[in-house]
Ligand binder design. Structure first.
Ligand SMILES: Nc1ncnc2c1ncn2[C@@H]1O[C@H](COP(=O)(O)OP(=O)(O)OP(=O)(O)O)[C@@H](O)[C@H]1O
Length: 370
């Protein structure tokens, strides 16, 4: 009997697919998902989602039916997880490679046999899209966080940028299979900002674009941090011009992150669009980062939803301090999916300060040999 997942619940986006299919693969539970991306226009699968499903089906030796572009219903019956190996997925369009990684990473952590070899995952498509983590976010915010707190060993190499609309980017991710379940963690104290770092990337655009983005971001951040008593937060934003052959098309973007005492990380970003002023783009990313810092959590609103599946799989209770106000809909949706498919128990609590704490009793998932 397969478990039926309603893809129109809450956020009603592609993340429901990714989390459901990853948990289905690991826990050996067949699923059917209907009303896929009902919260989006147009609904149904796009290239990126279909490619991600096919990739998961390959790694989990699963039977996948209904995965066509535009489809609003799929069935996924997982088999045995593969041993570590080489996998390739290509969204062909500018569909986000980081969202392909979201579906594949949990699977590659747990292989069917113990192995000292890492999996090598080549992902092709968009590296710096809107509505998705930019590759620089995944490399500098998501991966350092999950390495530190969950004990994941994964690293990423950017071979070629792929900007919208051309795509054509390529990244290589190597993921070491776990020899023990994911660690649980507690991150409830918001530490001071230790430093702010960033990357202002661009390709096939005039040389002044990079420094302008850096100046825009630095102006906003310096004004903000000049008022602080310690006035000593180092800010380092790198201008990175990609060589022409290392980017399929023209594009730009800024990703900034604040490293906090205690290990939290807060990100802020902006993706360039045609004709946008580079200085303004840098300012926009900096304002995004400041908004994230002002929220007062140890993680930002995006990391929040991206770690839910890992908290569900981890061994023991994890807890994390999130920003003030209600949890993001993406996060609440991820929790809903995790509770539909696993025995993980989530509890969210709004503190008097207005912050929300997410607690999760994880299932301590691991293949039998662990
Ligand atoms: N600016 C950002 N920085 C980092 N991560 C982001 C950013 N914007 C979105 N994300 C992440 O991208 C993911 C988007 O999930 P979503 O359900 O919207 O998926 P999707 O596949 O793009 O589907 P859809 O096209 O249905 O929106 C979430 O995990 C979210 O945290």
């Amino acid at each position: 009997m397969s478990i039926s997942i309603n893809g129109s619940v809450m956020e009603g986006g592609g993340q429901i697919l990714r989390n459901s299919v990853a948990l289905s693969s690991l826990l050996g539970k067949p699923i059917s998902i209907h009303n896929i991306r009902n919260g989006r226009k147009p609904p149904g699968l796009k290239n990126q989602h279909r490619t991600g499903l096919e990739l998961a089906a390959e790694i989990a030796s699963a039977q996948l039916t209904g995965a066509k572009n535009g489809s609003t219903k799929i069935e996924f019956t997982p088999g045995t997880l593969k041993i570590p190996g080489d996998f390739i997925a290509d969204s062909v369009t500018a569909g986000s490679v980081t969202l392909l990684l979201q579906i594949a990473l949990p699977l590659l952590l747990f292989t069917s046999q113990p192995s000292a070899t890492s999996s090598r995952l080549t992902l092709k498509g968009g590296t710096n899209a809107t509505q998705a983590p930019q590759i620089d976010y995944t490399e500098n915010i998501f991966l350092p966080f999950v390495r530190q707190f969950f004990g994941i060993r994964a690293k990423l190499q950017l071979n070629r940028r792929g900007y919208y609309p051309k795509g054509g980017g390529e990244v290589l991710v190597s993921v070491a299979p776990l020899t023990q379940p994911l660690k649980s963690f507690s991150l409830l104290e918001r530490g001071n900002v230790r430093c702010i770092k960033g990357i202002a990337h661009f390709a096939k655009l005039p040389a002044h674009i990079g420094p302008s983005m850096v100046q825009g971001a630095t102006k906003v951040l310096s004004a903000q941090f000049a008022g602080m008593s310690n006035n000593a937060v180092p800010i380092h934003i790198e201008s990175r011009r990609e060589r022409n052959e290392l980017s399929a098309g023209a594009g730009s973007g800024v990703v900034l992150w604040a490293e906090l005492e205690g290990g939290g990380i807060i990100g802020g970003s902006a993706v360039g669009t045609k004709g946008i002023d580079a200085h303004l783009l840098g300012e926009t990313a900096a304002q995004d980062l400041i908004r994230g810092l002002d929220a007062g959590g140890c993680v930002d609103e995006w990391l929040e939803d991206q770690i839910i599946i890992l908290m569900a799989l981890a061994d023991g209770e994890s807890s994390v301090l999130c920003g003030k106000g209600e949890l993001q809909l993406h996060t609440r949706t991820a929790i809903w999916v995790a509770e539909q498919l696993s025995d993980a128990k989530f509890h969210t609590e709004q503190l008097e300060s207005g912050h929300t704490v997410i607690r999760c009793k994880g299932i301590g998932y691991g293949p039998e040999y662990i």
